[in-house]
Design a protein around this ligand. Structure first.
Ligand code: NAD
Length: 361
């Protein structure tokens, strides 16, 4: 594993930039979504938003041509839910999908795009970041399958931080730390390159400044903007760098034990950081600087304390007796380029500590 954080000497990489328009401005989503739909010459939109997000979606829908609305959204996109959404799109002959919501809503729009090729205009209302990736996910019989396909990358993303003012603080914290995990894991993920690392460290800076501000003043727009900007950078870095050890662990835990997505990421991150950072000291220094701390782990732990982060997997439904099977499943999925060699022993230790919220080592 090259510690790309050293940089400068023998720079050599291949980086693919995904084609996507991004419009970022608070309080302007309605106009911008209408503009993006018009740019696609679309006139028959299908708007996907949960019933709970209806009040957020209504002003955006009012600015669009007459839209078909769809609100059956389920986390991790079960295949039957995807199939029903595809049938609605087909029945109404829609020509663009507008998703207004978190990662689950964006995920459903992606499932529709995957089989229909319809363009997506995504309006995120959490910090999950799915809108900036070409990764789709579907779940059948408790098994989540993910894949990469150019058709699912939203053509446009409209970011409006005011849409996140209603996201409750605990969810904001978990979701923001999920974004932070995209940054940290991107530093050593399988396809990491210097561009990803540049985006990731700027993402860490923005998230570590924005998130405490969101907690301090949940109705303030400045903290929401910083955090949303950081979440976007995080997702772009992650889309390019791929899934590192942290994401492999969370994917296994989420799939096998149905743990909540963002909270699982929020808990596991310091343990993976503690395992990997000694093997990539230069990357560690860059992350530390982005956190404004003496070390990356200290910066992360200080941030987690300030925002009262989720602490232990046992609080989210993992049982201690689940750990051995989780170790087996994660071992089979460890990326070969992970900076610190992963063994049954250090992985089991990591999961046990994450399970009861122990000190990361
Ligand atoms: P989510 O979309 O399920 O939303 C979590 C909760 O927040 C829901 O109850 C929702 O109604 C509520 N909510 C959303 N926005 C709100 C707002 N502004 N105000 C009040 N409540 C609001 O959760 P998530 O964490 O955003 O997304 C998780 C899903 O996204 C997972 O399935 C995950 O696998 C997927 N994901 C995919 C990618 C990718 O690249 N494909 C990336 C990140 C996440």
């Amino acid at each position: 594993m090259t510690d790309l954080g050293r940089g400068g000497v023998g720079v050599s990489f291949t980086h693919e930039t995904l084609p996507q328009r991004v419009v970022f401005a608070s309080y302007e989503a309605a106009g911008h979504v209408a503009d993006e739909v018009a740019r696609l010459s679309a006139t028959r939109p299908m708007v996907i938003a949960t019933a709970a997000n209806r009040a957020l979606a209504d002003p955006l829908v009012a600015a669009l041509p007459a839209a078909v609305r769809h609100d059956e959204v389920v986390m991790h996109v079960p295949t039957d839910v995807a199939e029903r959404a595809r049938m609605v799109a087909e029945k109404h002959d829609v020509d663009v999908v507008v998703s207004i919501g978190g990662g689950s809503t964006t995920g459903l729009a992606k499932a529709v795009a995957l089989t229909t090729g319809l363009p997506i205009v995504a309006v995120p209302t959490t910090y999950a970041g799915s809108e900036a990736t070409n990764v789709w996910g579907l779940t059948e019989g408790g098994r989540k399958t993910t894949g990469v396909d150019a058709r699912v990358l939203p053509r446009s993303v409209v970011y409006d931080a005011s849409l996140l003012l209603s996201l409750p603080v605990p969810l904001s914290v978990a979701s923001g730390l999920n974004a932070l995990a995209h940054c940290v894991d991107s530093m050593w993920a399988p396809r990491v390159d210097p561009i990803d690392q540049a985006l990731a460290v700027e993402g860490i800076r923005a998230l570590s400044q924005g998130l405490p501000e969101v907690v301090r003043e949940p109705q303030g727009i400045a903290g929401r903007e910083q955090t949303l900007y950081g979440a976007y950078l995080a997702a772009v870095a992650f889309a390019s760098a791929g899934s590192g050890l942290h994401h492999r662990i969370c994917h296994v835990l989420g799939g096998m034990y149905n743990l909540p997505h963002a909270q699982t990421h929020a808990v596991v991150l310091p343990y993976v950081l503690a395992l990997n950072v000694p093997s990539v000291p230069a990357s560690g220094q860059r992350m530390a600087a982005a956190f404004g701390a003496a070390s990356a782990l200290e910066g992360l732990q200080r941030l987690r304390e300030r925002v009262a982060a989720p602490r232990a997997l046992r609080d989210y439904g993992l049982r201690e007796t689940d750990i051995p099977a989780a170790v087996d499943a994660v071992l089979a999925a460890v990326p070969p380029n992970n900076p610190t060699p992963v063994t049954r022993e250090n992985l089991e230790d990591l999961l046990r500590r994450a399970w009861d919220g122990g000190e990361p080592v």
